[in-house]
Ligand binder design. Structure first.
Ligand SMILES: *Cc1c(COP(=O)(O)O)cnc(C)c1O
Length: 395
């Protein structure tokens, strides 16, 4: 772990231990071999996780699936859009998001994102006519102007899906992110707030959408009877929807369930840690952390900031190198080869119009992981390394 000269550089890729209470449940599952969510007549770990997650979010229905990407795909399929339907997505997101749109036989339309990492509302309003659905990816947990987005989409009768993969615990006017659109999708991949290696969840208050997602996720035959509160809706869809088999298995639920009571604490710690580092970076003059929009209460486990003032690409690369020499990995999104968050690398989309605003942002926006378990000393180490690296290049 420790290298010469960087003995106390924190490892930001290590995960936290899974709560010990998961062990007994995992042992019970291993001994019984009861891993499939639909074997037990009731009380399966996946079913209990769904109930607990719906309660935590205050939503009517929750469906656990294999990943957030699966949740996004099922959400789009559940909307029953025509083949080739246009789905607006922010141009700043992870490659899995446009991929989920393609997987659902839809066409992603990329919307410009500003220097504050949020959807540019002028470009959004310009591209909305002609769109069939909107998928708002709250990239790195940054919330776009959901008031303006919902106003425009409601007026046009266009459904909104939220990619809240990285937004568990974030609030907008005190409302939980993921409960604002028709469906909210979450990830339990290891770099998110709750770590199960892989896993996803979708939530909705719409019974028809929930029923359609549940059947398509792989609730074949009458397994839908094990999902509460939807009996009438299911009757309508039995045998009429394809089964994509994107279910979660019981071991994942056993890993996730004991972490849910820790979410509030992780959110508070993540926010405090982020703000501690942000204030140090903002003081130095060469680095700028864009403020959140006023209605947003963030739940960050990483920090994004811009190289402020005039920087050349070469200076930006030297900044990365100098930070690395101090033990801190910082990625300028647009300068690392094949970065999956740079839209020009999504060649699977075919020819795309350029997005100069998003491109300019990605060329100077930096990304550093700040897992919520870091101590204040570790956070300060990271902040100092970043400020010192900036001063090396620009000071
Ligand atoms: C991680 C992430 C995803 C993908 O989640 P998976 O569970 O790995 O499929 C999608 N969108 C955003 C914003 C993410 O951060």
């Amino acid at each position: 772990m420790a290298h010469d000269g960087q003995a106390i550089a924190p490892n930001v890729y290590d995960a936290e231990p899974i709560p010990a209470s998961a062990m007994a449940e995992i042992e019970r599952l291993l001994i019984s071999g009861d891993l499939f969510r639909y074997t037990a007549p009731e009380g399966a770990p996946v079913a209990m996780l769904e109930r607990e997650f719906a309660e935590l979010m205050g939503s009517r229905f929750a469906l656990a699936v294999s990943s957030c990407s699966a949740a996004l795909f099922l959400s789009l399929k559940a909307l029953d859009l025509p083949r080739g339907a246009k789905v607006l997505i922010p141009a700043f997101t992870f490659a899995a998001v446009p991929s989920a749109v393609l997987h659902a036989d839809c066409v992603p339309v990329l919307v410009e994102v500003g220097k504050n990492y949020r959807v540019d509302m002028d470009d959004f309003a310009a591209k909305l006519p002609g769109a069939d659905a909107v998928l708002i990816s709250h990239m790195r947990g940054h919330t776009s102007d959901m008031d303006a987005i919902l106003d425009l989409c409601d007026a046009a009768g266009i459904p909104v899906i939220e990619d809240a993969a990285h937004s568990l615990g974030t609030e907008w006017h005190g409302r939980k992110i993921g409960t604002i659109g028709k469906i909210g999708c979450f990830s339990f991949q290891s770099y998110k707030l709750v770590n199960a290696g892989e896993g996803g969840m979708l939530i909705t208050d719409d019974a028809e959408l929930a029923a359609r997602c549940i059947i398509m996720s792989g609730a074949y035959e009458h397994n839908w009877k094990k999902h509460p509160g939807l009996q009438n809706s299911f009757m309508q869809w039995q045998n009429r929807l394809p089964l994509y088999n994107m279910r979660m298995q019981n071991l994942s639920a056993a890993v996730i369930r004991p972490q849910l009571p820790e979410v509030a604490g992780r959110v508070a710690k993540g926010r405090a840690g982020h703000d501690r580092v942000a204030s140090r970076l903002n003081e130095c003059g060469w680095l700028a952390v864009p403020p959140a929009l006023p209605p947003e209460e963030r739940a960050p486990d990483s920090i994004q900031f811009n190289l402020a003032g005039t920087w050349t690409d070469d200076e930006a690369r030297r900044f990365q190198t100098r930070a690395k020499e101090r033990g801190v990995t910082v990625q300028v999104f647009g300068l690392s080869a094949d970065n999956a968050r740079a839209f020009w690398n999504w060649q699977f989309l075919g020819e795309q119009p350029d997005l100069p605003q998003t491109r300019a942002m990605l060329m100077r926006a930096c990304d550093v992981r700040l897992p919520t378990r870091l101590t204040e000393a570790e956070l300060d180490f990271i902040a100092s390394a970043l400020v010192d690296a900036a001063m090396d290049v620009k000071g």
